[in-house]
Design a protein. Structure first.
Length: 307
């Protein structure tokens, strides 16, 4: 039995939570994957996985064995990368899953990565919800929403904050809210994927609160809501990096700055730290540096904000 191949197959089944999904990821048949895992269990004399008709999950022994296998496989991959020179020269296709608000934040990094690494390419798929990285073959995801999947590695690269803003034409027609409680009387553009889409959070001297909001446009598209805000249709709540250029150009005006403390973390998400390829590690490092060196966000520029 090829122990390295068998261990890698077991790890893939545990990560994919199924034999069929693991087989697709490994480009082999489900029966072959099942046979390899069964042989491994017979060799060890223990049950590593509990099977149901819908999924598989690790036993207590399986969880401990999985962690050691991942470490061993990661060390083998690191050794291979150093021997082949891949650690210093990223190559191949980097598959990215990026949330709908982040492309213009990520695009400068994509450009720099491509310039630095002529042997590498990037495929970027935009979606508001995090895809199944293992099942769909993605190397890295960049999102803001909290991640419930415990087997994924989540690295917080930066934290942005919410900005409430509107176009000058909107404020000319409807007036400017003086307190967050006034938002219930305004046309608010609702980004439906957010858990607080219809109750915008704010803070005042009495603590943290939420104000019910409504409006004539609800959408799962951040682009559609930004365009509506620019036309003066309503007020938009968004991370400051998403509207920073519009605010700097005067197309949007931020309001209620001292009350908007909601965080938007910028998260790098990947299957496991011990299996990071050079292309993933290089891209994350470039993005982290870009965020660290970026100029202050709109939410940190009080001179351009209304109270």
């Amino acid at each position: 039995m090829d122990r390295v191949t068998t261990m890698a197959t077991f790890v893939k089944v545990a990560q994919a939570r199924g034999f069929s999904a693991a087989a697709r990821a490994l480009h082999t048949s489900p029966s072959r994957v099942t046979t390899q895992v069964q042989r491994l269990e017979r060799l060890l004399g223990v049950r590593l996985l509990n099977r149901t008709t819908r999924s598989v999950c690790l036993t207590e022994v399986g969880r401990a064995y999985y962690q050691r296998c991942v470490h061993i496989l990661g060390e083998l991959e690191n050794a291979d990368q150093m021997a082949q020179g891949l650690h210093a020269t990223p190559r191949g296709t980097l598959r990215l899953n990026v949330s709908m608000m982040m492309p213009h934040l990520v695009n400068p990094v994509v450009d720099e990565f491509a310039t630095r690494n002529p042997d590498a390419a990037i495929e970027m798929v935009i979606s508001e919800r995090l895809v199944d990285l293992v099942e769909q073959g993605f190397d890295l995801a960049l999102h803001s929403a909290p991640i419930a999947e415990s087997s994924l590695i989540v690295r917080r690269l930066a934290v942005d904050h919410m900005v409430i803003c509107g176009a000058p034409d909107y404020f000319s027609a409807r007036g400017m809210p003086k307190h967050p409680s006034d938002l219930s009387q305004h046309n608010c553009l609702l980004f439906t994927p957010l858990p607080w889409a219809e109750e915008w959070p704010y803070r005042d001297e009495d603590g943290e609160h939420r104000v019910p909001v409504s409006g004539n446009l609800r959408s799962n598209s951040a682009v559609a809501l930004r365009l509506a805000a620019l036309r003066g249709q309503g007020l938009l709540a968004a991370p400051s990096f998403y509207v920073a250029e519009d605010i700097a150009a005067g197309r949007l005006i931020p309001i209620l700055a001292k009350h908007t403390q909601q965080e938007f973390p910028i998260l790098a998400i990947y299957p496991h730290r011990h299996q990071l390829s050079a292309k993933v590690r290089s891209f994350i490092d470039l993005l982290a540096r870009h965020l660290r060196d970026a100029p202050a966000r709109a939410s940190h520029q009080p001179s351009r904000q209304a109270a």
